[in-house]
Each structure stands twice: as structure tokens, then as C-alpha cells.
Design a protein around this ligand. Structure first.
Ligand code: GLU
Length: 288
């Protein structure tokens, strides 16, 4: 199996330092393995989307020297594939319609389990659709963080794969597209570690392969909080990419030469010295 990695940003703002770390980290892993690196724009959540940010992220990446091997995939153009996956799940009895509101669920303990709705069916409103989650333990070996296990029924219960407004969830779209793009290795931030068991369960329901996973440390600020896209503390400027690129490499424990270097040489140096086994093994750390 050849290596196929990917970077899958959501267009909810300009490229920020946390995304740059995920982009550079996944690119280094793919290139180190002699594999391909793909790009997927996860633009299937219009309410969360910030106008212009998909274009701005795509325009920024080449300045940091990380160019995808094939044309980017846009999830907004993949709705027919999500419809087909949804139909497959529905035909197999894996999903059920649900009219429960957040507050009704919160009052009933917060987690939707065993297909048991608290709200009655309401023919005047469209339902959300949830995936049945049985009482099983999902296990996987994170390439960096080691063995992981999660009892999905306990931790998340039956989860939404299509919202009442008709939008498909990140979990469904991600699983369908990782399979469609032939992704063998998912390298992404640790904020998504707790999505992985859900994605593995969905892969089993859809009978598609499970890739390997590696979750990079999350970029935290000096107080230990996740850097958000709105955080201006660590700006990423494609017009002057070197400071952020050097900082992203240092964050990933990749040796950064003292000497001034342009982006292509800096990345070549990083790749020559890159060893995935030396990536920091923690769920998050602060920017140096
Ligand atoms: N689109 C997700 C994000 O920007 C990442 C998805 C993934 O890498 O699986 O947080």
C-alpha cells in the first residue's frame, strides 16, 4: 500500500499557526514515507464558513512550500457521494431519524443511547439523523500517542451524521472522502483524537478501509489554551513565510538551522532531518 496523506482544513478563517503545523507535519510524514500529499477543503458547513477563507488558505500554502500532488478536493462538490453513503447506512438500518433537541437531551443525561429518543416524531419538522452506536470498544494505535480505546456508547452515544437543516456532519464527510481519496495515513491535530473512534465505527458501517492515524500535539498558547483561528498571537503571513515556517518546524521538534534559508531549502533540510519517531509525544504544547 503506497502512502497517501492529506491536509483537510475547514474554511473558517485564514491559515493560522495551528493549521500550518498540521499542514507541515502531514506533508513531512508523507514525503518522508515517499508518499503523496493531498488537500481537501472541508467546506460543507456554510453557517461556520468565513467568506474568502477557502481561497485564502489555498493561496497561502504554496508560500510555505507545501503543494498538493493533485488538485484539491472540495467537499461542497461531494454532496452526491454523502447522499449515497447516507442511503447505504439507511438501507442497512444503521441510522434513525431524531427530533430530540439539545435541551431535551441535556435534561435526559446528555447522551443519546440505544436509539432511544426523548422527543416524539414531529411530522412538521425535518429530523436529524443519528448513527446507531452499539456497546463496543473501538481501539486503534495512534502512531505517536500509542494504543487508544474508546467505548463509543459511553463517550458519545448515537451521533448525528446529518443535521435537520440537511447538512452532513464532519464525521460522515471525512470518512467518505478519506476513503474516496485513498488516504492511508491521517496526520492531524490532537483536537481530533476524539473523533477517530467515531470515524472508525463509520468506516466499519460503510465497509471502507481504516487508515493509520497520527495525532500531532495541539498548539497551545502560553496559558495552555488551544490557539483559535481568531487568535492573532502567532500570525501566519504568506508574504513573509519564514518566521512561521521556522516556528512550525521547531514546534514539531524538527531541527531548524541557524543560517538563513529560503523556504525550499529550509523544507529540504527539514525533510532530510525528519524522523516521525522524534515528533513530540503529547496531546499539546505551547509555542516556543
Ligand atoms: N477540517 C478539520 C479542521 O480543520 C480537520 C479534519 C481532519 O483533519 O480530519 O479542524
Amino acid at each position: 500500500m503506497t502512502y497517501r496523506g492529506r491536509f483537510a482544513p475547514s474554511p473558517t478563517g485564514h491559515l493560522h499557526f495551528g493549521s500550518l503545523v498540521a499542514a507541515v507535519g502531514s506533508w513531512l510524514c508523507a514525503r518522508h514515507a515517499g508518499g503523496q500529499w493531498l488537500l481537501r477543503m472541508e467546506d460543507i458547513d456554510p453557517p461556520r464558513e468565513v467568506a474568502g477563507s477557502a481561497a485564502s488558505i489555498l493561496a497561502a500554502l504554496p508560500a510555505f512550500g507545501v503543494d498538493p500532488d493533485v488538485a484539491p478536493l472540495f467537499q461542497s462538490q461531494r454532496i452526491a457521494a454523502y447522499d449515497a453513503a447516507f442511503e447505504q447506512l439507511r438501507t442497512a438500518g444503521r441510522v434513525f431519524p431524531c427530533w430530540c433537541s439539545r435541551s431535551e437531551l441535556a435534561a435526559a443525561g446528555g447522551i443519546h443511547r440505544d436509539g432511544q429518543c426523548v422527543a416524539a416524531a414531529d411530522p412538521d419538522r425535518l429530523p436529524a439523523w443519528r448513527l446507531h452506536v452499539p456497546d463496543i470498544e473501538v481501539t486503534f494505535d495512534d502512531a505517536l500517542l500509542g494504543p487508544q480505546r474508546e467505548n463509543l456508547r459511553e463517550s458519545v452515544g448515537d451521533f448525528v451524521i446529518r443535521r435537520a437543516e440537511g447538512f452532513y456532519s464532519y464525521q460522515l464527510a471525512c470518512v467518505v472522502d478519506d476513503a474516496f481519496q485513498g488516504i492511508t495515513d491521517v496526520v492531524r491535530g490532537s483536537d481530533l483524537l476524539d473523533s477517530t473512534a467515531r470515524q472508525i465505527w463509520l468506516q466499519r458501517c460503510l465497509a471502507v478501509p481504516t487508515p493509520r492515524y497520527l495525532h500531532l500535539p495541539l498548539v497551545l498558547d502560553a496559558e495552555g489554551y488551544k490557539l483559535s483561528k481568531s487568535d492573532q498571537a502567532y500570525p501566519v503571513d504568506p508574504a513573509a513565510p519564514l518566521p512561521a515556517l521556522r516556528q512550525a518546524l521547531a514546534f514539531l521538534s524538527v531541527p531548524v538551522p541557524m543560517a538563513a534559508m529560503e523556504v525550499p531549502d529550509l523544507l529540504a533540510h527539514a525533510l532530510a532531518n525528519f524522523d516521525p519517531a522524534l515528533l513530540p509525544q503529547c496531546s499539546g504544547h505551547s509555542v516556543a
